[in-house]
Structures are given as structure tokens and as C-alpha cells.
Design a protein around this ligand. Structure first.
Ligand SMILES: Nc1ncnc2c1ncn2[C@@H]1O[C@H](COP(=O)(O)OP(=O)(O)OP(=O)(O)O)[C@@H](O)[C@H]1O
Ligand SMILES: Nc1nc2c(c(=O)[nH]1)N=C(CO)CN2
Length: 357
């Protein structure tokens, strides 16, 4: 990991700051990528002939063990996860990531040109980059000179107030809530609470904005055993209900019948449960999400999910039914029609009378 690699990110559809933050998070989650510096966020006028909304742009300095081609593939995957489609050249997008510099490397293939060919025509690329590179960076002089040239043209690039960035928005909202409930957000016990809650939200809502579970590997097996039920039970999860933003938590029991010997790595099933539960949801929705994702990924002959959960919004407020638990069940494919299979699944997870978790 030696070259300073510089990326430019832009978004002009939906919640632009959210998409940019999510992309930073997804890139940072990759074990082969180290995020070294993140620039401020800028609102920029669209460059090119397409009439469209203003963009939010930032620059990242990263290090990676990937080759440029492999990094481009990872970038395309991140763009895809964030609903990026390629319709209009230079047109609106939820997210665009370009590789701008790779140290002082110059290369050009059918798929990749470094430095990015438009770099020195784009103020929205250069201004954020200048902020995160050192004076020793190979293109430093050229970048700062070209910024002065472009500033005389019609491209606008203005710093977005830090308060408009998602983490800051959560912090200021929590600060307001603390005041609104009659507490003093500035007392010693609470001064760090907004920052703590914002960081916690990053963790417990890490799947917000992501539709598809992608962290899995499928295997093909010829063994006839692999047409039998695969069942994983007692998978613990924590989620937050979308009605009250209060926790609900419990255990998921998941089974599927492989089709044509296609199976999924076992550790990926709990990861799938984490994926669907790390966003605002409902128990019913979580149950459906697990089945739907399994169907999408594996196309099994059938899938079955039982979730037993306790809900803070039922126990701590309103009806206050402490210790009550809720069971949701969903079958698909042959589980839907084969009652023997349903019973086999329910018997295997035990406790079909729904004893508390
Ligand atoms: N340095 C680079 N960084 C990212 N993509 C590049 C680069 N050089 C060439 N490409 C190629 O450009 C293709 C189109 O990229 P993309 O759809 O992001 O274009 P665009 O955003 O419309 O235009 P631009 O790349 O000028 O911002 C990519 O599939 C990739 O193969
Ligand atoms: N301001 C701004 N304009 C653009 C951008 C962008 O990210 N920011 N991206 C484009 C295509 O890559 C085309 N035009």
C-alpha cells in the first residue's frame, strides 16, 4: 500500500450526502482498502451539457493492495449497491466514483485511464482534492494553478456547512431532542451524547439505503444430501422498530431446501440476518426480507423463517406487557404447500408452542 490514490465522488439524486457517506463506509469496509483522508463536502454546479440538479462532491485519499483494474471493479460494485444506473453520459446519478490519481502513475486501457482524463477541466474534482493532498503530491502545483484558471469560468463549488452532513444532522437533532424533553444538552453527562448516538446510529442502521445482501458466496454440491433441508436456528438479532425507534430483538430460525445442490456458506446466514436487521424495520418485514433475500440469492426449492422477538415498544411503554414475545412465520416455495415439511421445520426448531425466548 504505497501510492497515494485519489478518488472523486459525486451524487445528485436523492439524499446526496447520505449516498456519499454510504460509499465511504462501503469502501472502508473492504479489508484491502484503507481510507486515509476525506475532504469536506461541496455543492457544485453540474458540468457538461445535461440540465440537472447540483451535485455534492468530495475527494478521498486511499491506499489499497488492489490493482487499478480490481479497484475499478470494487468501485462499480459500490456504485451498484447504491442504485447507480448508467443511463445518460454525464447525467444524474445517486453515486459516481472516479479514480483520479494513482500516485504519479499514468496508464490507459480500454476501461481505465489514470489520471482521469477530465480531471483538469473539473473544479468539482480539483478543489476537494487540494484539501487532502500534501505539497509533495506529484500533481500539487498543476492542481493549484488549474483551480485558479477554472475559478474564472462558470463552474461553482461551494463548501457545504458541516451541519448539513448526515452525522452532524443526527448530532444536532439529538441535541434538540434533549432540550425538547426538558434536559440540558450541555450538562457534563450529556455533552458527548449527540456524538455517541450518531456513531451508534452508523452502526445499528448500517444497512439503511442498501437493498440487496451482497456479502455471500454460493457453492455447488453434487451430493444428494444437498437436496435436503438446511436449517440454522437460534440466530440472535437486534433491530429497531420503525414505529417508535425502539429496539426489538430475539432469535431467527431459518431453513431452505437447496435446488440443484446450490448452497450458501453457513456463516452468511447470520450475516444476512444482521443485514436485514440493521435498518428501521418491523418483525413481519424482517421475516419477509430474509425469505425474499434467500430466494433472490439462492433460488432454493423452498425457504422457511421463524422469528421470535421481544419488543421494547410493547414492554416499556403503552400496554407494558413485560416478557411477552411475538412469533412470525413465513414459508415460500415447497414449504408453502408441503405441510409435512412445515411440521419437520417447526419440530426441528423445537418449542412450537412459542415459549418465551
Ligand atoms: N479513471 C477512471 N475512473 C473511473 N472510471 C474510468 C476511469 N477511466 C475510464 N473509466 C471508465 O469509464 C467508464 C464509464 O464511467 P462512468 O459511467 O462513471 O462515466 P461518467 O461518470 O458518465 O463520466 P466520467 O467518467 O467522465 O465522470 C467506466 O466503466 C470505466 O471503465
Ligand atoms: N458538478 C458536477 N458535475 C458533474 C459531475 C459531478 O460529479 N459534479 N459528474 C459528471 C459525470 O461524471 C458530470 N458533471
Amino acid at each position: 500500500m504505497k501510492d497515494d490514490i485519489v478518488l472523486s465522488l459525486g451524487s445528485n439524486i436523492g439524499n446526496r450526502e447520505f449516498y456519499i457517506n454510504k460509499a465511504i463506509q462501503l469502501l472502508g469496509n473492504d479489508a484491502n482498502i484503507l481510507i486515509d483522508k476525506v475532504s469536506n463536502f461541496y455543492e457544485t454546479s453540474p458540468v457538461g451539457n445535461v440540465k440537472q440538479r447540483h451535485f455534492v462532491n468530495i475527494a478521498l485519499k486511499i491506499a489499497t493492495t488492489y490493482t487499478p483494474e480490481k479497484l475499478l471493479a470494487v468501485i462499480h460494485q459500490v456504485e451498484l449497491s447504491l442504485h447507480r444506473t448508467r443511463e445518460i453520459h454525464w447525467g444524474p446519478r445517486t453515486l459516481d466514483i472516479d479514480i483520479i490519481f494513482w500516485g504519479d502513475k499514468k496508464m490507459s486501457t480500454d476501461d481505465l485511464t489514470i489520471p482521469h482524463p477530465e480531471t483538469f477541466n473539473r473544479l468539482f474534482v480539483l478543489v476537494p482534492i487540494l484539501e487532502i493532498i500534501s505539497k509533495q503530491f506529484p500533481f500539487y502545483q498543476q492542481i493549484s494553478k488549474q483551480i485558479q484558471v477554472l475559478q474564472k469560468k462558470d463552474q461553482t463549488v461551494s463548501l457545504i456547512k458541516k451541519d448539513a452532513q448526515p452525522k452532524r444532522l443526527v448530532e444536532s437533532s439529538i441535541h434538540n431532542i434533549l432540550s425538547a424533553i426538558g434536559d440540558d444538552p450541555d450538562r457534563p453527562g450529556l455533552v458527548e451524547t449527540p456524538d455517541r448516538v450518531a456513531r451508534m446510529y452508523d452502526e445499528i442502521f448500517s444497512s439503511e439505503g442498501l437493498e440487496n445482501f451482497e456479502d455471500y458466496k454460493l457453492f455447488k454440491s453434487k451430493s444428494s444430501n444437498h437436496s435436503k433441508m438446511v436449517l440454522m436456528k437460534n440466530i440472535p438479532f437486534y433491530s429497531m422498530c420503525e414505529h417508535h425507534m425502539m429496539p426489538f430483538w430475539g432469535k431467527a430460525h431459518i431453513a431452505y431446501i437447496p435446488d440443484h445442490g446450490t448452497i450458501i456458506g453457513l456463516s452468511k446466514i447470520p450475516r444476512l440476518v444482521d443485514f436485514v436487521s440493521h435498518k428501521l424495520s418491523l418483525q413481519e418485514k424482517l421475516t419477509d426480507d430474509i425469505v425474499d433475500q434467500l430466494n433472490k440469492i439462492l433460488a432454493p426449492k423452498g425457504a422457511a423463517v421463524v422469528i421470535d422477538a421481544r419488543h421494547m415498544c410493547v414492554e416499556m411503554r403503552g400496554v407494558k406487557k413485560t416478557d411477552s414475545s411475538t412469533r412470525t412465520i413465513r414459508f415460500s416455495g415447497i414449504f408453502d404447500t408441503d405441510q409435512d415439511l412445515q411440521m419437520a421445520f417447526l419440530n426441528s426448531i423445537g418449542d412450537i408452542n412459542g415459549k418465551s425466548i
